[in-house]
Design a protein around this ligand. Structure first.
Ligand SMILES: [Zn+2]
Length: 430
């Protein structure tokens, strides 16, 4: 309990009651670099209060006597999102409240970490449940611990109003694109195998992450659970879904704080209780397979398409990473100054010889900038001439020719006509 009880401290502090009058209190404790960051509007607090009630509706039972969100609004401390059973350590931008429309992208963090009180802390994979910190942990079930927490973190952001439906859909489009046909790493590595990454990769920077994969049990797991949601709906004529699994698997024994471990077979048994099916095969095909993980979208009445305009979530992600994400067109992520941070394996850029760490100095005879590259990609759709890049690699300067004519491409979700919109139903407040 001591290790599970972290402390945040700061000069500027404000405590908000997220469940006024409740026997089991929930507080949002905000610490900030500047006092001006602490001013929250009533509708912003209302969304955080709705998060608590929506989470209770999801799970029914609680496994804490009180819950304290610690939230640092800072650009001085490092970023954090770390779960505990009765609290969580979180950080956001100084404008978390005061620039609400600009800082929305990170607002699934509190739903995610709160969800871990049930999924991850109260219920934990058996090989992760060790008697003390000297016994090495096994991570084989992290696709439930983190994968379904990614799923509910985003769904609860929508149900509570922390995100709009459009924002939630845009984020989902971008996640889905990562697990679409052609994701290079899925060709050789499995979702299950990525549960070894906390041990072998330890969140160090990885070149060609799209090929190596890393901790893909988070977002790949999220896509798998969307697929399970769709299958449950199909099997039960839309009467039952992942809400029913969540309540049955995590929502028992109200007031019990003891860790309650589970195995793969327990997951299958509970799914069978919601809707009888060969769930072991369904899960193992996705965990051990090499196919795309976008099946849940179609089941929900949507398909992933690529358009020439980035959605708002995509733009927000680009601005947070200070990069132009052209991974789905020429295959690079590149700053306005030409620094290449990522290259998609086997993409046009990869095959032309571009790699992370290089800097593009010039484009078609002029000094490089990000917007000029996007304009040139658009122009090349109708032109025959290739793009010519002047590229600096360590102390060499080379000319790289990119013969690409398919235009800009960004992920987007499109309705499948004649099918019900199950995403809208999933994101509706309970
Ligand atoms: Zn997590």
């Amino acid at each position: 309990h001591l290790v599970d009880s972290p402390l945040f401290a700061g000069r500027h502090f404000q405590r908000f009651d997220l469940d006024p009058g409740a026997k089991v209190p929930v507080h949002l404790n905000v610490f900030a670099d500047q006092a001006t960051s602490l001013v929250a509007k009533p509708e912003q607090l209302q969304a955080h209060r709705a998060l608590v009630q929506q989470m209770y509706k999801l799970y029914g039972a609680r496994h804490f006597d009180r819950y304290e969100f610690l939230l640092a609004l800072t650009d001085k401390l490092g970023g954090i999102g770390l779960e505990h059973q009765r609290s969580s350590e979180n950080s956001g931008e100084p404008g978390y409240f005061t620039e609400w429309d600009k800082t929305w992208l990170g607002r699934d963090l509190l739903p995610h970490e709160f969800n871990h009180s049930w999924n991850g802390k109260y219920r934990r994979g058996a090989d992760l449940t060790t008697p003390n910190f000297n016994v090495p942990m096994g991570d084989s079930l992290l696709w439930l611990y983190e994968g379904q927490t990614q799923f509910w973190g985003q769904v609860l952001a929508a149900r509570s109003g922390l995100w709009s439906v459009q924002q939630t859909r845009d984020v989902l489009a971008n996640v889905a694109a990562t697990y679409d046909r052609g994701r290079p790493g899925l060709g050789w590595r499995t979702l299950q195998d990525t549960t070894n990454d906390p041990t072998i990769a330890q969140r160090r920077a990885l070149a060609f992450r799209n090929y190596q994969l890393s901790e893909d049990y988070y977002s790949g797991g999220q896509m798998m659970w969307l697929d399970v949601e769709g299958k449950l709906r199909a099997l039960t004529g839309n009467r039952r879904g992942l809400d029913d699994f969540a309540k049955a698997f995590f929502g028992m024994n109200d007031g019990d704080w003891n860790v309650h471990p589970y195995t793969f077979d327990d997951v299958v048994t509970t799914l069978n209780g919601v809707a009888p099916f060969d769930w072991a095969t369904f899960l193992r095909e996705r965990l051990d397979g090499h196919g795309p993980l976008t099946g849940g979208l179609e089941a929900a009445g949507w398909r992933l398409v690529y358009t020439d305009t980035p959605n708002d979530a995509f733009k927000a992600q680009e601005s947070r990473a200070r990069t132009n994400n052209l991974l789905y067109s020429i295959g690079v992520s590149i700053s306005d100054a030409g620094y290449i941070s990522d290259v998609l394996w086997d993409s046009p850029a990869f095959n032309a010889g571009l790699a992370p760490g290089m800097t593009v100095l010039g484009l078609d005879g002029r000094v490089f900038n990000g917007q000029a590259l996007k304009d040139a990609i658009t122009a090349a759709r109708t032109g025959k001439a290739p793009l010519t890049l002047l590229v600096k690699r360590v102390d060499r300067i080379d000319s790289v020719v990119l013969d690409y004519h398919d235009g800009l491409k960004y992920p987007s979700l499109e309705r499948i006509g004649g099918r019900p919109d199950r995403l809208a139903e999933l994101w509706k407040p309970r």
